[in-house]
Design a protein around this ligand. Structure first.
Ligand code: PAF
Length: 282
């Protein structure tokens, strides 16, 4: 079983001794309810570091009003079992008061990237993410930290935060992990009924459709985005599409599509809001 820490001070004391021994620390920040996507992050961290720390904390400051903070799935026992299977050394699972004691004041305010795509629909979300991630980095002081490309915008923003605030950590991106039928793993997939899950597959299928258009020579981003929208919209249980965007690898919108660009979508299916993205091949 991994060692479980709930207090910042205890974790810090323990890690200090490991650092003194010259051990390299790999860190996987999560909100728990671990799935194959998290396992991929942990496995890479396990391969590249002496000590692997996983944090499990459903961070209230990154949820807006009316979002799913209360109902976000939580199961620490199950997560500990996953961490044990993956050879994690340490799990850090603080409660909200430990991370945000009464009177907590300071926030990290991210740049313009925090206001587009997800940020346009979830105001303040990325400030909440950046705040907790910087706190976790300060607590764990890892050599490397692992972030999934499923949350591509989050990954790019964390890279900016680390650069801008001179945080001495290497950010390691990890490709999206999909189920056999193409649905990207997400803790929020538990909100989907079997019928809704079937409709959610439209997201992956729309990427394949876009990819086919691109392979056939289409380069006009608007036409590709329109085809994606039309395809997703016709599926039952799809309540709405928040955005379909095509950007370069740094999230700058594109008009003409090239290799390495990203197609990013957010779709509401049943009671779930799903985000996904695709790296363009030509
Ligand atoms: O990606 C997540 O699970 C969260 O946004 C993170 C990075 C753990 C911060 O709460």
């Amino acid at each position: 079983m991994p060692l479980l820490f709930k207090k910042i001070k205890d974790l810090r004391n323990f890690l200090k001794s490991k650092k003194c021994e010259g051990k390299e620390i790999g860190f996987v920040p999560t909100m728990g309810y671990l799935h194959e996507g998290h396992r991929a992050l942990i496995r890479l961290a396990r391969m590249q570091n002496d000590i692997v720390v996983v944090s499990i904390f459903v961070n209230p400051t990154q949820f807006g009003e009316g979002e799913d903070y209360e109902r976000y799935p939580r199961d620490l026992e199950r997560d500990l079992a996953v961490c044990e299977e993956e050879g994690v050394d340490i799990v850090f699972a603080p409660d909200v008061k430990e991370m945000y004691p009464k009177g907590y004041r300071t926030k990290v305010c991210v740049g313009e990237l925090g206001n587009v795509l997800e940020g346009a629909f979830r105001p303040g979300h990325f400030n909440g993410v950046a705040t907790v991630v910087v706190k976790l980095f300060n607590i764990v002081q890892p050599d490397r930290a692992y972030f999934g490309e499923k949350d591509y915008q989050q990954l790019k923003i964390i890279e900016e935060v680390v650069e801008d605030l001179n945080i001495p950590v290497e950010i390691v991106p990890v490709p999206i992990v999909r189920e056999k039928d193409g649905l990207a793993y997400s803790s929020r997939n538990v909100y989907l009924s079997p019928e809704e899950r079937e409709s959610a597959l439209a997201i992956y299928k729309s990427f394949l459709l876009a990819q086919k258009m691109i392979k056939a020579g289409e380069r006009d981003a608007n036409r590709i985005k329109e085809a994606i929208r039309k395809f997703i919209e016709k599926h039952p249980h799809v309540k709405g599409i928040d955005y379909v965007e095509i950007t370069d690898e740094n999230l700058k919108p594109k008009e003409t599509v090239e290799k390495g660009d990203r197609i990013l979508v957010a779709v509401r299916v049943g009671n779930a809001r799903l985000i996904d993205n695709w790296k363009v091949e030509v």
